[in-house]
Every structure is written in C-alpha cells, then in structure tokens.
Write a new protein. Structure first.
Length: 316
C-alpha cells in the first residue's frame, strides 16, 4: 500500500505492508502558498520518488491513499479550503492523482486516517469503538467504529478539536470561542506558560533559562523540557491542560462511550504523564459511572501517523 501524507510544509509518502509496517518512506517540500498545480506537483514528486526507489511497487498498487488537512470531502476526494494549504480551494485531488498515475486514489483528512491506522494496526487493535485525538499545534480527532471511519452526513464529522467547553473562552481560529483546540493545543500551552511567567512574584522557573530570558521564545517544547527537569511551574501549566482535557473527554465519553481513547501527535507522550490525573477527575465531568474504565493510550505511530493512516485508507 502507498500512503501519502500532505501537510503545510511537506509531503511524506511511504510503502506500508499488510501488517502496518512502513517499509520505505521519504519527504519532499510542499508548495502550500503557490498555485494549485504547484501544490499538486509536490504530491506528484513524492509519489514518483517512491516509484523510483521501489519500481516494483507501482504494478501491484490498487489504490493510493492520501491524507490531507481538511475541510475536504472524502466521498469525492475534493480538498475544499484548508487554512494551512491556501493553494487548494475546491481542488479535485483524487481525480488529479488518478489522471496522472492511472491508479484510483482515496482521500481523507489526517485525523480520520490516523485513527483508522491506530484502529487496524496500532494502539486500538482489538477495540471496536475507537476515539483518536492528535495533540500538537492543533487538536484533531477521528472516530472509528469496527474499523470504519465515521464521517457523518456530509463527511465533516469528528471535528472534536472544535468542541467548545467554555463559551466565554478565547476565540479559536475556527471562529468559535472556547474550543478545546484554543485551550489545549501546543500554542495554548505556550500562552499559558508565558502568562504565568509574567505574573509578579512567581518563583524562578527553568523555562526562563531555556528561553534565554525572553518570554516570547517560550513554546510548548520549552514547557515540556522544563517539566522533564522537574520544574513546578511547567507542571502547573500541564496540570491545567490535563484538567481542561478531562472536561472535554467527559463529554466525549458521554456522547460516544468509546472502548478506547488514543492520543497521538507531538504532545501525546507528554500528556501521558497525566493520564492518572485525568482518570481520577473524569467522574466529575461524565455522567457515566464507569467512565474511568476507558483506557487512555498513547498512539503507536507518532510522527508516521500520516503515512500509516493514508495507507490504511487503501483497504476501506
């Protein structure tokens, strides 16, 4: 299977076997701010580079799987208007790939695709109802029932990162207030840390050393490194983040009652340190008396989630 993962700065492509192992992968730059065909040329280059490295692959492929930021229409393979891919507005990606390579293409958003890979080959193996969330620059989600993505009526379901938990909260990039993304993404963690560090009378923090005394240089990675070194202020920032995630997950459990909740993305391992706290606090935020039984797991694929997820689309 061939999986292609399109992002704002890169296109990653790789060959994946039937057990979910990535056999070969590569990356090329994505021309996200140029015109539509320049963006597509990056996708074409990545696929051609895989075929050049593994010439035997092309003849055995029945489908090319592609994941892209949304919004998009998974039924038609049209990428509608993703904010970090301004080159594409209603771009018929699946049709363009099939025209060039003569192989049908299946397109879905990156959260859905990663959820499918985890459900089939990863941390969700053996669970029927999987809720997946990626914690990073943004917060994305995917819902998989019996190894099938739940798309909703129009293909736009599972935008869990834009579920509001505080209607008076800060405005999210999507236009709503108090979305979990604007409260718990990497940029939100950095903002929270900078605000605490700026408070008068706060104790010294390793974060100030790591950022060279410049508050504007504090990022989520700064908080993570300070936490690993035992910094109490960094721990406070992350505890608040975990508590906000708990409110959100209580809603998820009340609505879906998944068999498992899987965390992927760059912040997954970091927030894994707070799974015990989340489990303990969940009963305050869910009417399901058995909510704390829901396993909270770190995803298998990490930074390779896009390639594995795109490849998983080939089998649906």
């Amino acid at each position: 299977m061939l999986g292609v993962d399109i992002g704002g700065t890169k296109v990653a492509a790789g060959l994946v076997d039937g057990s979910g192992a990535i056999l070969h992968q590569l990356r090329v730059p994505m021309m996200a701010t140029q015109d539509a065909m320049a963006g597509f040329a990056a996708v074409e280059n990545a696929i051609n580079a895989v075929f050049a490295a593994r010439p035997d692959a092309r003849s055995v492929l029945a489908t090319i799987g592609i994941c892209s930021p949304g919004p998009l229409d998974p039924r038609t393979g049209v990428v509608i208007n993703p904010p970090n891919l301004p080159c594409w507005q209603n771009f018929p990606l699946a049709t363009a790939v099939q025209r060039v390579f003569g192989i049908p293409a299946r397109v879905d958003n990156d959260g859905n695709a990663a959820a499918l890979a985890e459900a089939i080959w990863g941390a969700g193996t053996g669970y029927r109802r999987v809720f997946y969330t990626t914690l990073g620059t943004g917060i994305g989600t995917g819902i998989v029932f019996d190894q099938r993505i739940y798309h909703g009526r129009t293909g736009s379901a599972a935008e869990g990162g834009h579920v509001t938990i505080d209607y008076r909260g800060p405005r999210c990039g999507c236009g709503k207030r108090g979305c979990i993304e604007v409260l718990c993404s990497g940029s939100a963690i950095a903002r929270r840390a900078r605000a605490l560090l700026a408070e008068p009378g706060r104790e010294a923090s390793i974060m100030m050393t790591l950022c060279g005394g410049n508050l504007e240089r504090v990022q989520a990675e700064t908080v993570a490194e300070a936490f690993r070194q035992g910094d109490s202020l960094a721990a406070e920032v992350l505890k608040t983040t975990a508590d906000l995630l708990t409110v959100w997950l209580g809603n998820v459990i009340d609505l879906l009652e998944p068999d498992v909740i899987i965390f992927g993305g760059g912040l997954a391992e970091l927030m894994g340190a707070f799974f015990g706290r989340i489990r303990k606090e969940l009963p305050r935020w869910s009417i399901n008396r058995r909510c704390a039984e829901t396993p909270l797991l770190v995803a298998k694929y990490g930074s390779d989630a896009g390639i594995a997820g795109a490849a998983a689309l080939c089998g649906i």
